[in-house]
Design a protein around this ligand. Structure first.
Ligand code: XBP
Ligand code: MG
Length: 238
């Protein structure tokens, strides 16, 4: 079946957002709330096993500060901590501090030229996606993506297939007509559970992840063109 759409993950795939984007934004929110929590580079790498910012905060508290969760309004506090984190993160994006990864803008331009359809499937908050696209790709680039599946729109985040299934349904395409681009084991599992052929570009935290089942594993998209990706897709389908 011919390749009709590319579905991109965001964090780690479009941009290396985690170590120097999401992580300092979480820490700024923790400082603002005077919690005395700090997620260093190493600890954050471990916490990435948990997808979703609110979910990550909860698991950290379970492991390091159980009294925090014993508060009757713990859920509300997590929501407001996460809102503060999103505010800090958006400010970093708007300041242009988080560039796209090598080759990403070029591949998107080639895909548009070839009339491929574009979509996004991510666990991150919707505003984080649209702000990254506007600030780091092009001011009008949100409209280039026909479907943007993000955050709490589905009940189960990656590695569950829900977000990819949600995107496929809105595209009205079978998974065989699409190709997902991911950077992590959780993302690959999610895409594969939705039966999507998946290309992996490894990111700062995911170089040693297990990518069994990926069409290919590349360090980045710097030298990968749409013709290479179409060929990978064709060989996989034959
Ligand atoms: C990355 C994530 C996200 C971000 C934080 O997923 O797990 O949770 O770390 O985003 P993906 P929020 O690679 O699938 O985009 O704080 O907005 O949840
Ligand atoms: Mg990712």
């Amino acid at each position: 079946m011919l390749l009709k759409a590319l579905i991109f993950d965001v964090d780690g795939t479009l941009a290396d957002t985690e170590r120097d984007g999401h992580r300092p934004a979480f820490n700024a929110a923790f400082d603002e709330a005077a919690l005395g929590w700090h997620w260093d580079v190493n600890l954050y790498g471990k916490l990435l096993a948990v997808t979703g910012g609110k979910e990550r905060i909860r698991v950290y508290a379970q492991q390091h500060d159980p009294d925090f969760l014993a508060q009757p309004d713990a859920n509300e506090i997590i929501r407001s901590l996460h809102a503060a984190k999103t505010r800090y993160y958006l400010a970093m994006l708007e300041a242009g501090q988080i560039p796209l990864r090598p080759g990403v803008a070029e591949l998107i331009a080639e895909a548009r030229e070839a009339n491929l359809r574009l979509a996004i499937a991510t666990t991150t908050t919707p505003e984080n996606v649209t702000t990254l696209l506007r600030a780091s790709l092009a001011p009008d680039s949100v409209e280039w993506f026909e479907v943007i599946g993000a955050g709490d729109i589905v009940p189960k985040k990656k590695p569950a297939p829900d977000i990819y299934l949600w995107v496929l349904e809105r595209l009205g395409l079978s998974p065989e007509a699409c190709l997902a681009i991911e950077d992590s084991t959780n993302g690959l599992k999610s895409a594969m559970a939705a039966r999507l052929p998946t290309l992996v570009t490894t990111s700062i935290y995911t170089a040693n992840d297990d990518f069994t089942g990926a069409l290919a594993v590349l360090p980045d998209l710097a030298t990968t063109r749409l013709t290479d990706i179409s060929l990978m897709h064709e060989i996989n389908n034959s």
